[in-house]
Design a protein around this ligand. Structure first.
Ligand SMILES: [Fe+2]
Length: 166
C-alpha cells in the first residue's frame, strides 16, 4: 500500500459546486477571497469537529458546511441581507440534487449555514462548529493582528487548542 491513497469523497462533489460559483466571480481579488475564506473555513471546521471528538464522517459534513457557509455572499454580493438564511435555502437544492446526502445530513448542513451569522448566540453543536470555523479563519489569515471581530470565540478557541494567549 502506498502512502498516498486518493479516495473520492463528498468533499469532491461540493468542490465542483463551489468552484463553479467561484469561477463566476469577475473581480479577481474577490475571487481570491472566496477561495481562501471558503476553503479555509471548511478546513477549520473539519479540524474543530475532529478536536471535539467527532468521527471523519461528521467532520466531512462540518467541512462541507464550512465550504458553503457564505455561498450567497460570494455568489450575489458582499452585503446581501440575511445571507446566512438565504445561503441555506440556496445550498439545500444544490446538495439534494447530487443524491449524495440524506435528509438528516441536509438539515444539519443547512441549519449550520443558516445559524452561522449569529455568533453571539449558542446553537446546536454542529452550528457552533461552523461559527467557530468562520471565526478561526478570520483570525488565522493574519494571526499577528489583534482580533478584529469575534474576539470571545477566538479566545475560547485558543484555550481549547492549547495555544498561548496573545
Ligand atoms: Fe464567513
Amino acid at each position: 500500500m502506498s502512502d498516498y491513497e486518493r479516495q473520492y469523497t463528498r468533499v469532491d462533489t461540493v468542490r465542483n459546486i463551489l468552484d463553479t460559483m467561484i469561477l463566476g466571480i469577475e473581480d479577481p481579488l474577490r475571487q481570491r477571497d472566496a477561495y481562501v475564506h471558503l476553503y479555509g473555513v471548511g478546513q477549520a471546521c473539519a479540524m474543530i469537529a475532529l478536536k471535539r471528538g467527532h468521527d471523519g464522517n461528521y467532520a466531512e459534513l462540518a467541512c462541507i458546511a464550512g465550504m458553503l457557509h457564505d455561498f450567497v455572499k460570494y455568489e450575489v454580493a458582499q452585503d446581501v441581507p440575511a445571507h446566512a438564511k438565504k445561503g441555506a435555502l440556496r445550498v439545500w437544492p444544490l446538495l439534494q440534487a447530487t443524491g449524495e446526502f440524506t435528509e438528516e445530513e441536509l438539515t444539519m448542513i443547512c441549519t449550520g449555514i443558516a445559524n452561522h451569522s449569529d455568533k453571539m448566540r449558542t446553537d446546536d453543536e454542529f452550528s457552533e462548529i461552523i461559527k467557530d470555523g468562520d471565526a478561526m479563519q478570520h483570525w488565522l489569515r493574519n494571526p499577528a493582528e489583534a482580533f478584529f471581530s469575534e474576539k470571545s470565540r477566538n479566545v475560547a478557541l485558543r484555550e481549547e487548542f492549547g495555544m498561548r494567549e496573545r
